[in-house]
Every structure is written in C-alpha cells, then in structure tokens.
Design a binder for this molecule. Sequence first.
Ligand code: NOJ
Length: 568
Amino acid sequence: MPRRSSLPSLILPLLLTFFYSLFAAAQAKPVDAEGHQWWQHAVFYEVYPRSFADSNDDGVGDLNGISSKMSYLQELGVDAIWITPCYPSPQIDFGYDVADYRNIDPMYGTLADFDRMVAEGRKHHVRIILDFVPNHTSDQHPWFLDSKSSRTAPHRDWYIWRDGKGPGQPPNNWISGFGGSAWTLDPTTNQYYYHFFYAQQPDLNWRNPAVEKEMLDTTRWWYKRGVSGFRLDAVDTLFEDPALHDNPVLPGTNAQGDPNIENKNNQYFPEVHQVLQKLRKVADESGAVLIGETWTANIADLDRYYGQGDNELQMPMDFMFTSVDKLSPPEFRSQIAAVNGAHGWPVFVISNHDIPRSYNRYGDGKNNDAIAKLMGAFYLTLRGTPIMYYGEEIGMENNDPTRKEDVKDPIGRTGWPQEKGRDGERTPMQWNTAPNAGFSKKDPWLPVPPSYQTHNVATESKDPNSVLNLYKKVLALRHTNQALLEGSYIALNEDDPNVMSYLRSYRGKTVLVALNMSASPKKTIFNLSQQGFGRANLKSLIASPEASAKGNEITLEPFGLLIAEVTQ
Ligand code: NOJ
C-alpha cells in the first residue's frame, strides 16, 4: 500500500525549489554597472580529472582529489573550473565516450562526491562547469545497445543508421576525425552507423525530437545539482547532410593515412544554432554559462555562435588565437582586433587537453619560463574571459611518449609516429617534489616529466620569481583593477614587430601592458596624447624581470613584461 506523504516530505521539495530559484536569480544578475555577468569577470580553469589530484592513490585522479584542491584554486585566483567528462564511460576517448549522462564514473567517485565537490567549491567561490558531449555517446550507452539490437528498436532512430552503397561499401566517403571511415557496419542489423569520432562514439541523431528533449533535460538536471554551466563538446559536428552527399576529396593524405577530405557535408550545419538557442534557454533558467568548443576558420563563423540576439553561446572559444603559434605581435594584434570586432565577449585560451602545452608551443627551449610568464601576463590582461589549462600556471611542459607501446591515446597509436596523440599534454599535475610529483603514491596513468623537480606548486610557491607567482600576481590584479575588468582594449605602437603593447582603459583608469616578444632588450616610447595623456607617467604594477620606466619610456629585458598604471 502506498504510504501517505508526511508533511516534511511535501515541504522539503518546495523549499528546495524555492532556494534553487533564489540561487538561480542571484547567478543571473549583472555584477556591475556595465551589465556584465559573473562569467565575464571570472577566470576559468580547465581540469582534466584523470590527471589533477588522486585522493585514493590508484594512479588516476578523482573528484575528491579536486575537492581537496579548492583552496589552491581559490588562492590562485580561479573562479570556475571546467571539468572534462567525468561521467560513466569505457574511457576509449578518456570520458568523451559517455555511457550515462546523469552519473559519475566510479573511477572518479560518486554523485555524493560530486555534491560535496560543488559544496566545497561554493565555500571557496569556485563554480563547477561540466563538459557536455552532445554529438555522440559511447557505443556502450544503453541507448546505443538498444539501437543496434534491431531495426525496429525504440532507440533505433536515436543514432544514424544507413545501408551500405553495396557489399562492403559504406554509405559514402566521409572520414572519421580520428581515422578510417566514419561508418561502421553492425552485423546484427546489417546496417552502418555513423561516427564523426571513434567507432566507439556513435553520433546521436539530433533530428529526432526525443534526442533533443532528453539532452535538454539532462542539462537542466545538472543545473539543479549545482552546476554553473557547460562546456559544449564538438558543437560543429552535431548535424550532417541527411542525403549523405560525398565530401570533396583534397590532395594528399593525413597523419592517419586517410585521404584529405573537406568536411563539407558533415560539419558546420546551420541547424546547430537552433539547438544552441534551446540549450541557452535552459541555461538562462539558472543563470548558467555555455562555453563552446568552436573551431572556426574565421571571425564571421565564430560570431555566429554568439547567436543573432546573443541567444546562443555566451563563450565560444576563439581557437584562432591558439593558432598564432609563435611570438608574433603583428599576428596577435590582428587576431585580437578581429575578435574584438565580433559582437560577443571574447574568450581566450592558450592551451587545452587537445593541443600541445603553451610552454612548448611558445617556448624557445632557453627562455621558456620567461616566455610562460609573458604569455600569462598577455592573455590574462586582454578584454575577455580567459580559460586556463591546469599546470599552465607552473610552466608544465608536454611529456610526449617516445615509444608507440607507451601511447594511451588511440589516435597516437594509429597515427604513430606522425601523430603521437594527446598524452603529452594530459600528464599529472605537478604538486611537489615527492615521487610522481605528489599526484599519487601509485604510478600514475601517464608519467610526469623530469622537470617536475623544479616546476611544481610547492617549490614555485616559495620562489617570488616563479611562473606560479607571476600568474598569482596577474590574477590578483585582474580581479581588482577596474580597467582590466571592464576596460576597452586599445592597441599601441602597431608597427612594432617586437613589443606587443596595449591599453586597457575604463572611466579615467588606464593600464598599459607591454610585452617584449623578442630575445633582445627593447626600449619603447609611448606617445599617449591621442588617449588624452599629454605627458604620460608609467607606474609599474607588475614587471618581470624588473623593467625601468622613465616617464613614457620603458626598457624591457628579453621576453620581459610590464603592466603599469598610466597617470598624467
Ligand atoms: C573534443 C574533445 O576536446 C576531444 O578531447 C575529444 O576527443 C573530441 N571532442 C571527441 O569528443
């Protein structure tokens, strides 16, 4: 017999809903007179959960590990962490193959650990952003297991199934981003299913309203659990041509040995914008933020991801900035000008779990620490929101495998030696000088590089000139200086091939940033009369190494940087 509901059990959900709506309303409020939202003032930090902190010493990081590092993150100056997928998963693509969107992989903990992490985050003013993988599931997801079981299964149309062109021939010439055909034949029903990525990551059919509903509801479910937003994985790939036209074939082959192909008919379909608008509506119910993994070739495409009425992604990432892969002031200037010309708020990234670490990409092998400081001072003082990558703040370097048999990332095995995979940028966070950099007592899933002896949190905390302390100083300034939080961006000395410099200016407060991107000392003079400074005086706020400023003239050491207040 059903039990009669007791009064507390009726009141509790009502109370929870009431407090949740108060919390949501507070999240959505602008934080300043400029109408900026919380995420425009926040500093984001990407955590790769396998590699951040291992609380149970099994060699793989976990949620309790992340919880234990909240005070580190707060002291560093981080306001929100984006955790790459931590849902149950066979881990073929290290979590980007999701087998259940509403749970936590036992390797990382439990939903109770997740709730504790959110609570711990709140105590330290660190919000939690999860990674949402809308394009595909794992082939072990119950939806796919059902889908492949028969042509009439309830979930058959949740994925993309087609007959081959003929015996042994896939439906068309589309190539998976991770190598080989984008189609795999499933013998049970003798049809092919489509996968933009690995065969173990079948693409969901977003033209099916049931898929859309389930996915939207899933995001709402997590918001109610305390998540402040999502990073949306691979949004470019959500839709494809239903008529399955072949893609144009280009000359040559790629690292996986496949013909080069232009993804004309399976990427960048306009239908994605309707989905983003719907995801945004749900996000807006909670004042949450949507960050996009938006690999675009130009600013017009990036601009579209904000939505015509600012009703899609608040934070599409500008990966064109990461593709300026050398210390080139002219190239950075033109990329910043372009992104400032888009109608949304810029989002800057210099590293992530898919690209080699910035320490190596920009480093010259001799001055890497100075260059790491320079790059930190650069993108953390631009107009926009930065997303850091764990370990960047201590100058962590890539640790690429040297033997094929050590490679964990499948694309590194199939593409060896041309493509070594992404293991190198995913190694454990370097906490101290203990074995395995203090990450775990057990050998970690990926080895730490020998440089952990000098580049780790404990050692660098004690050194006032470390990369870590420079990051801390810049982040502290960024949180308190109105010009850096709100100010416009004005490029200076635009013909200078070596020193990248700009002003950030807001209501009479002006900060000048000057970055010597060359290996020799540089003297630079700033004429700021156009900016209303007859005789500008520069007062150093942060310099590395010490930089001399006389009036409006400065001298920077090789790869030196200066952040200064400008006064009359
Ligand atoms: C982009 C993710 O960042 C990457 O790590 C993953 O392999 C693919 N999407 C597939 O989900």
